[in-house]
Design a protein around this ligand. Sequence first.
Ligand code: ZN
Length: 440
Amino acid sequence: MEILLKDPILRDIGRQMYELIGRLYPICRSITGEGVRDTLEIIREHIPLEVHEVPTGTRVFDWTVPEEWNIRDAYIKNSKGEKIVDFRKTNLHVLGYSVPVRGKFSLEELREHIFTSPEHPDRIPYRTSYYNRNWGFCMSHVRYEQLEEDTYEVVIDSELKKGSLTYGEMYIKGACEEEVLFTCYTCHPSMCNDNLSGIALLTLLAKKLSGIDLKYSYRFLFIPETIGAVTWLCLNENNVSRIKCGLGAYCLGDRGGLTYKRSRSGDAIIDRIAEKVLGDSGQPHRIIDFNPAYGSDERQFCSPGFDLPVGSLTRSPSHVFDEYHSSADNLDAVSAEHLADSMEKYIEIVSVIENDGKYESLNPKCEPQLGKRGLYSKIGSKYSKTENEADEMAMLWVLNMSDGTYSVLDIAVRSGMTFREIKSAADILSRNGLLRKVEE
Ligand code: ZN
C-alpha cells in the first residue's frame, strides 16, 4: 500500500477538512435528532456511509436508547420585547435536550435555568441534560450579570418523542477480515475541535483509503458519544473479535502537540504503533496512560467486558485545551495546518499497520557480504553521515533480527531507527535475495 503523502497533497487535505468543519459547524447536533442526520448526509457527499437508526427504548447493556430530541427555536425576551438570548444566533445557547417550555418567568426563577462559565466570562458554555429532564439556557457570564429584574418570556420550541438514535458506519474491505476501527462522535453542536475535527479527519481518511488495495479491513464509526459506542458495541458484540486495533479520533485541529492515550492493556499493537509513529515524527508529543475517568469512547471499547486494543490520538486532550466545551471552540480554534498534521499521523499509523511484517534472513550464518552486492558503499570515515549509512545500519539490523520472530516494528523500536528506514532496508534486502517475508 502506497500512501506516502507529500506536503502539497496533505495541505490540500487540511484545507478540505477545514472546509468540511465550516459546513458542519452551524448544525445543532445532539445524541439524537435531525442535526445528526443532516451531519451524516453531508459526510455522505464524501463517502458512502451506511446510516443506522436504532429505535428509542432499545436496551443496550445497562443503557436505553433515549427519546429523540429536536429543536426549532428558543429565546428569552425581556419585557421590552428584546431577545436577550437567541438560539438562532448560536445553538450553544440552549441546554442540550431541553424539554419544551413556553411561559413567563421572574429573574429569580430564570436564574435556576441559566448556565454560565464564570472562569471564562465572555464565553457561552456547552451544557447538556440528556438523562435528567430539564430545560435551560447557556450564556456568557458577562451578559448574565447584566440581567435586570423583569418578567421574561421564555420559549424553547423543542420536542422529545419516540424516534431513534442515528449513527453512520463505513466498512472498507481489505484482503483479510481482521479490521482496524476508527471512531469519532457526532453529538456536539457548534464546536470545531471537540467533535468536528475528528469527523472531518475520519471522513477524509476513509475517502483516501477507499481507493487503495489494503491488507486489513477498515471500519469507520460516526456515533454519538457514550450512548452511541454502547449501542454499537451491543449490536456488534459478536463481531468485535475481528478488531485488530482501533483509534478514537477527536480534538485534532487545535494548535497543541499530539497526544496518544494508550489502550487499557497499555501494550497492545496500536499502543506500540502510535508511540513509534509519534516518536519517528521528531515532533513534541505526549503519551498518556489509559484512564477511564476522562476521555471519550475508548472508555466503552476498553471496558473490561470488551478490553479492545483501542487507544485515542488527539492533539491537546479535551481537559487541556482552553476552548473546551465553549463558544470559543469555533473556527478560530482549529487550523488547516494542524488538521493536516494530525491526518499525516493517522496515515502513517495506517501505513505501519499495513506494512509491518516478519522476515527471515536467507543468509543467517554470519553477515552476508553486502559489498559484493553493491549494498555497502561506505568509504573512509565510518562516522560520515550519509544517507547510505543509515540504509547500511538499517540493513544490518534487519539482517540480524530477521529470524522470523521479530517484526519490522520490533526492529525499528529496538534499533531506535524509524519504521520507514527499517522497512526500506527490508525491501532492499528482499529485492537482493537476502530476505524472505514470513507469511502470517
Ligand atoms: Zn466534548
